[in-house]
Design a protein around this ligand. Sequence first.
Ligand code: 5GP
Length: 317
Amino acid sequence: RRFCQLLPKIELHAHLNGCIRTSTFRQLLSSTADQLRLDALDKEFQSGDTHARMANVFEKFALLRSCVTNLDEIRRITRETLEDFIADHIMYVELRTRPRSFDNGAIPMSSYVEAILETMKQYKNQICSRLILSIDRTQTVDQAMETLKLAERYRPDVVGLDLSGDPNVKSFERFLPVFNLAKQMNLPTTIHIGELPDAECLRENDLILDFKPSRLGHFNFRTKEQEQRVIKEQIPLEICPTSNLLTMKHPLAICTDDSGLMDCRLSSEIFDLVQSFRITKEEICELMLQTCRTTAAIALKSHPQYARHITPIDPNR
Ligand code: 5GP
């Protein structure tokens, strides 16, 4: 466990608001009714099938959204998330979030993005952090296009575009023009895929794979053909083990997803994998180096001008 904690790590799949500390979440909930609702949701999470658990987590997200209402709270969540990741020896993190406005639009989405980026800069000597902007599956295409424009405006601090949100809403096809545009702009993309065990989800997996995103999140439910395709095309997978299975010999990034809400740390995720799959220390080190190489390769594709700054990794360090 100590080895997993001290290991220098890369976190590529972390939803900013999902990383909120439980104590902060509870402080931000203003009414007793909301506190009781959270208690009930925490209890319910232990039981039920995949659909029920997913619905539970999304109800928590809705509760969370209703209580994060200003930029100071977003700065606090960013600060605490970075401090938690620094304490867990994470060297590089890509946080992702869906931009939002506050006060009925008086505080625009650009201020939300800037508040996060400014907070990240305050920690730049302790952790290298970048931002991915998320499109939510329930949004309109116009809203998604606005997110893409924001992503373009804040490059290179923003390093990609994500599709996430309630996986019951199968909307990738609707957003395809936006993601195609991102590709034309050379902006890396990462798509949540295969999160539910249903036929519609498997159908959407094909559409997503046809698009060829830079990375995929989760990919828990898939056909054998889809699995083979991802292996053949070497599309990196962001694996969040608290809810996922492990697929080895493939570009992988072990991630936490929602470390606050799901109460996990990257070091404990890695430790669980070590125990469950009897992975050696050498294999874990190789996995971390492989994640590092994969991330660098995607970044270089989008910003080839930085190639001369890259120093080859010394695996003995
Ligand atoms: P935010 O974008 O507000 O910073 O992060 C929380 C949001 O990320 C949630 O409201 C949800 O839309 C998305 N999210 C977090 N975890 C998951 C997940 O496991 N699957 C999917 N599809 N979306 C998620």
